[in-house]
Design a protein around this ligand. Structure first.
Ligand code: TXE
Length: 480
């Protein structure tokens, strides 16, 4: 059986414990590979390799660093089919999605930061009349930790490690133990691209063991994490007293506000995607739909019809829109939320049942589920489900819509469907989210700041924000 080993100091190696975790294929429910179950000893090995590599990497010219990142991007593209197949098998997502989104984006992340670093600059402040000149020196931090989740495995892993190494840091990174395969495969690409050994070390294993060891390591000075809000809280508790730099991208419970004056057909098509893309397992999914009363009946009818046409099937079937959920535990968690919604008087407009896919009977398939709710203050409206479940509630006025949208502890993204410019501006300012999409969804320009407010996290990724996070600014003040 295939063994997913750590990639430390440029070589694949077993964990020091010699222990392995099972890796499941969610589309079949079967174990298909083994994952190195790393301990703090492996993290220390990875740290030592990173520390040794740091002096040379941090003084490598920007052009040479950039060239290597662009080469990694190119090699990911060359291996697109292979990586996409691995991602679909490991995660359960449709192969078509992995080919169109996950792997191209992983390549784009390296290309983007390979280019961005050549344009990264710092500020100068002349204290006029005082014969004083200040400039900001931005230096790499040293060894940093990157921890990523299972929903967009290679996409989010590379979204962190690419800016970290572009900025001259060396990295100890851990992908989710639920979906480690593509991060494992990346190791080979890093070697082929000529990334010096030790610059990027990939350690596999569980969050509480390997992840915790990264966060708790006293000399890993910054942690970039994407995952659940509870885990984020735990990480902050460990890292904050050590004064580490922290970037936390956590959960979302994102509102999708639909006004009667929107472009209806476009809204309908995009809302199906924003509800169920990647089986609803994207932190940016618009899981709370609020629709203006005057079009609510029509919307519910049209939306349910479109949702009923989605094809649930094996990730490898070309017609599949909805693949398998990532794990048995996660499937059960999502089903439990459907039961909670029912007990809260949620009305199931569509779905809610497991699906048996022919030839894949033990896979983790669930119907896309649409639930109508009457109140905002219930668990299905307040808690992140992170699955193919969307709720619908109606509103009468813009201010009511705003209040409902902001009435959760999360604040990652919001979508607004309207053709009213004044409303667009009002809501863009007042929505308590890090991202507001107007008449679109998951439309990403990698130069823009990405992250959430409230319990959705702290810090921003993307563009120069990421390069600022991964560098330490120092004021140099010269009197002349
Ligand atoms: O995430 P975890 P899980 C949400 C979603 C999901 C829930 C749990 O609601 O149902 O989180 O998912 C590592 N120290 N999101 O359990 O546990 C872990 O190994 C250091 C939202 O998969 O947060 C993995 O690599 N690391 C989200 C990563 O953290 C630890 C995407 C994420 O795992 C750790 C995924 C610890 N103590 C889930 N414990 C989003 N916002 O995109 C775990 N990890």
């Amino acid at each position: 059986m295939k063994k997913i080993q750590n990639y430390i100091n440029g070589t694949y190696q077993d964990s020091t414990s010699g222990a392995w975790l099972d890796n499941y294929n969610p589309s079949t429910g079967k174990v298909y590979s083994k994952i190195a179950k790393s301990t703090s000893e492996d993290v220390v090995k990875a740290y030592d390799a990173a520390k040794t590599a740091f002096p040379a990497w941090s003084t490598t010219t920007i052009e040479d660093r950039s060239k290597i990142l662009l080469k990694i991007a190119e090699l990911i593209e060359t291996n697109l089919d292979h990586l996409a197949e691995a991602e679909a098998k490991d995660n359960g997502k449709p192969l078509s999605l992995a080919k169109a989104v996950d792997i191209p984006r992983a390549s784009a992340n390296f290309r983007f930061f390979g280019n961005a670093i050549t344009q990264f600059a710092s500020e100068a402040h002349e204290s006029v009349g005082l014969n004083t000149m200040n400039f900001t020196l931005r230096s790499p931090i040293g060894v940093v930790g990157c921890i990523s989740p299972w929903n967009l495995p290679l996409y989010l892993f590379t979204w962190k490690v690419a800016p970290a190494i572009a900025a001259g840091n060396c990295v100890v990174a851990k992908p989710s133990e639920v979906t480690p395969m593509t991060a494992y495969l990346l190791g080979e690409i890093l070697t082929k691209a000529g990334l010096p050994k030790g610059v990027l070390n990939i350690v596999h294993g569980t969050g509480p063991e390997a992840g915790q060891a990264i966060v708790a390591h006293p000399d890993i000075k910054a942690i970039s994490f994407t995952g659940g809000t509870k885990t984020g809280e735990h990480i902050a508790r460990t890292a904050a007293p050590m004064f580490k730099k922290l970037s936390l991208e956590l959960g979302g419970k994102n509102p999708n506000l639909i006004f009667a004056d929107c472009d209806y057909d476009k809204m309908l098509a995009v809302t199906v995607k924003s509800s169920f893309a990647n089986q609803g397992q994207i932190c940016l999914c618009g899981s709370r739909i609020y629709v203006e009363e005057s079009i609510a009946e029509q919307f519910k009818k049209d939306f349910v019809k479109k949702v009923s046409e989605l094809h649930i099937g094996s990730p490898f079937e070309a017609a599949t829109n909805i693949g398998a959920l990532v794990s048995k535990e996660h499937l059960e968690k999502v089903e439990n939320y459907i039961e909670i919604a029912k007990s809260e008087d949620g009305k199931i407009l569509y779905g809610g049942e497991r699906v048996s896919v022919k030839g894949f009977e033990n896979g983790y398939y669930l119907q896309p589920t649409v639930i109508e709710v009457e109140h905002n203050n219930c668990r299905i409206q307040q808690e992140e489900v992170f699955g193919p479940v969307v709720t619908i509630m109606t509103f009468k006025t813009e201010s009511e819509a705003l209040q409902l949208a902001n009435g959760v502890r999360y604040g990652l993204s919001a979508t607004v469907w309207t053709n009213n410019l004044n409303r667009t501006m009002r809501l863009s300012k007042q929505l308590e989210t890090g991202i507001v999409w107007v008449n679109t969804w998951l439309n990403r320009d990698l130069r823009t700041p990405f992250g959430g407010m409230k319990d959705s996290g702290v810090g921003r990724e993307g563009g120069f924000e990421a390069l600022r996070f991964f560098t330490e600014p120092k004021n140099v003040c010269i009197s002349y």
